[in-house]
Design a protein around this ligand. Sequence first.
Ligand code: ZN
Length: 276
Amino acid sequence: MNLLFGTAGVPRSAKSQDTISGLRRIKELELDTMELEFVHGVRMSDDLAHQVNQTRQELGLHLTVHGPYFINLNAKEPAKVTASQQRIYDSARIGALCGAESVTFHAGFYLDSTPDKTFQNIKYNLGQITERLKKDNIKIILSPELSGKLSQFGSLEELIKLADEPNQIRLCIDFAHQHARTNGKFNTYDEFAGMLDAIKNGLGKEALTHLHIHTSGIKYSAKGEREHLELKDSDFNYKDLIKALKDYKAGGFLTCESPNLETDALLMKKEYENRR
Ligand SMILES: [Zn+2]
């Protein structure tokens, strides 16, 4: 799979902010993919999802999904865990109807659990979702996201350990979050290459050919992510990231989460195409 560039949600310059207009704008801009932002809840009807899939196919585009923010697979209250599982399931089901290939979400918070206990809880609760997806024959990859804050589960190491290809679990590698959660580290070619090596060593060479990637400019503090910025307003070294992705022949979806969405997505796509 090639490396496909796109936006986190409908491009700003779309005629209207609905999903179909978003796809049409992605095509006009010569981008390749769009992430459906179900971050405030999964509200798309089955009917609309079918229309989205039809438009997507006509235009030859790809889709990914971002699940709701209100998810904690390590919540203490069983009702909160069940609701979180349902939100991921709904994102996956509607996403699959749209023809989306991967759904990312923030898996949970450590709260007062140890990292090890958090990992066990999240693995178990995620496993229940994948069983249900399999039973219902819903084919989409679940890609828990590399988190931007130290209070959130989801370091690169944790996600590599959690990934489980036969059960449709991979990961979403957010390079801006890695930069933020380390208070400014992970901003050089060698560090980006090291992250790609970690994936290759942990999950096999094949994993590099279908990555779900997030990136953007970012503002951070010692606790990690503060907010997303435009690349030009941030110290994030996207040029070296693009160079590393190209050198490693990385493929998959690169979703731009900068506030200016398509402007930075195009900036990165151009940087990628101009490198040899
Ligand atoms: Zn996210």
